[in-house]
Design a protein around this ligand. Structure first.
Ligand SMILES: [Zn+2]
Length: 492
């Protein structure tokens, strides 16, 4: 039995409730304050007045993708073509070169051909839906007539021309990723990884192995392309071990705004295009029906306002098993109709508050007509939709404090203006995105609060998140990360 003393325990059951000492045993919270006075303890941990929250969870990210990003040249935040080419030239080592995080600034295949015309070079755009590649790659995907810019399916094919990682490499990527997440106070994450690497079985095997060595609450959503493997594997839905769950079936309805592939009600500016459906409506409906046949839930990527209406219509036709919930991922652009339809539907939404600060105002410039609601978190909460906080790392930095900051402030990183202020969340609501909210889809009744019988996963800060100056959310105020009553990271 462990005693955690001298802390301020924010239970997150209500905004005000706080406790000052806590007992845990075998990974479970035993009780607080007076309830535990009579107990004997083997270990006492002095929390030195710091502030303890239920373990923070990121509701949508890519654990292996994040590990890759930490291991590859990163072009994020470079807005100057010469600076991008400079990093690529320095990183090129007479072997295939794959760089991450590129923001469009005019690099073409000719630039990349100059770095190498014998080894494949590919730079992945920060939205993960497009790439720019040199001729070696373009030849393999029969796109030599393009200027090197590929989106969606072709982009996917181009990435698949790169050599596969061995299991050993994947294990290292996963470990690297989890270590970095501990540093941000994360005790768990809902990840989409099972399709993109060496097949369902091998990739899942990597998770089984690493999670038996390193505690982290991983919830893996299952890409529809590996659904058959999942069914054949006879793995149960949700709980595999205390650290591993298998969740809903991931599918894409549309693309992204920066690739002009998100499906919008109005055309993109200076364009005939409304965006695209990744699959036809009919095919998509068949995909949903198939998951229902196996009594599974869906996790749908949807960004455009028209895309959202169509997704909701399909889900209304094919609802999930009673008592279970589907999840939508992203939904930044919402029209009046979708907001009305969504009320009382059995679904939750995985939002990325940092997308607002990263994507505004430039995203608004893509539209001929700005959708009725933009990142409408308050309106969605008012409609009773459970919201979960996430970073979509490697797209954003998986630091929940940055997500909370964005959800509360709604301030652009580019022009420092506040956008659509009436949709701002309170601090308590914003913190809840990463505690109660991000645990919603685990369907585990013992996660998300500090409460007797709940898991002893804790995220500990040096400041009270309700009272700290908002600027401090951009500083390193994490004190420690605790999973299953074990300290996995502590500030030195
Ligand atoms: Zn994602």
């Amino acid at each position: 039995m462990k005693l955690w003393k001298n802390g301020v325990f924010h239970t997150m059951l209500t905004e005000q409730e706080a406790k000052y000492q806590m007992a845990t045993n075998q990974g479970v919270i035993v009780g607080f304050d007076q309830e535990i006075e009579h107990l004997d303890f083997d270990e006492v941990i002095d929390l030195k007045g710091n502030h303890i929250y239920p373990g923070f969870v990121d509701a949508h990210l890519h654990l292996l993708g994040y590990g890759q990003k930490l291991s590859r040249p990163n072009l994020k935040n470079l807005k100057d073509k010469e600076a991008v080419l400079d990093i690529l030239k320095k990183s090129f080592n007479h072997e295939p070169l794959f760089a991450e995080g590129y923001f469009e600034c005019g690099v073409t295949k000719d630039d990349l051909n100059q770095i190498s015309s014998t080894y494949p070079i590919l730079i992945r755009h920060n939205d993960y839906h497009s790439v720019t590649a040199n001729d070696i790659v373009l030849k393999k995907v029969k796109a030599l007539d393009s200027n090197g810019f590929l989106t969606e399916d072709l982009a996917e094919q181009a990435m698949h021309t790169f050599p596969m990682h061995t299991n050993q490499v994947l294990e290292n990527l996963l470990k690297k990723s989890i270590q970095a997440l501990y540093r941000y106070g994360l005790t768990g994450g809902h990840s989409d990884d099972l399709f993109y690497y060496d097949g369902f079985y091998n990739t899942l095997g990597v998770f089984d192995k690493v999670l038996s060595q390193m505690p982290f609450r991983a919830h893996l959503i299952v890409h529809h392309m590996v659904l058959d493997d999942y069914i054949k594997s006879n793995r149960v839905f949700l709980n595999q071990t205390p650290y591993l769950q298998l969740g809903a079936v991931k599918m894409f309805y549309d693309g992204t705004v920066s690739s002009k592939t998100a499906l919008m009600k109005a055309q993109y500016k200076d364009s005939e295009s409304y965006g695209m459906r990744i699959h036809s409506k009919e095919t998509f409906e068949q995909m949903v029906k198939k998951t229902r046949l196996h009594e599974l839930n869906v996790a749908i990527h949807v960004i455009g306002d028209q895309g959202l209406v169509e997704v909701l219509e399909i889900l209304k036709k094919h609802p999930p098993k009673p008592g279970t919930y589907d999840r939508l991922i992203h939904t930044p652009w919402v029209d009046e109709k979708a907001l009305m339809m969504i009320k009382n539907m059995p679904l939750s939404i995985d939002i990325q508050p940092q997308f607002l600060s990263s994507d505004l105002p430039w995203a608004l410039g893509y539209f001929s007509q700005i959708p009725r609601y933009a990142f409408p978190w308050k309106s969605l909460l008012k409609q009773g939709v459970p919201l979960a906080g996430s970073s979509d790392a490697p797209i954003e930095i998986p630091n929940p404090l940055l997500g909370i900051h964005a959800a509360v402030k709604r301030q652009s990183d580019h022009d420092s203006k506040v956008y659509f202020e009436d949709e701002a969340l309170t601090r308590f609501e914003a913190i809840s995105l990463y505690t109660k909210g991000a645990n919603f889809s685990t369907m585990d009744p013992y996660r998300g609060y500090l409460k007797q019988g709940y898991i002893a996963d804790l995220t500990i800060f040096t400041e009270d998140l309700l009272l700290a100056p908002i600027e401090d959310f951009k500083k390193d105020i994490l004190y420690a990360t605790v999973i299953n009553e074990t300290i996995v990271y502590k500030k030195s």
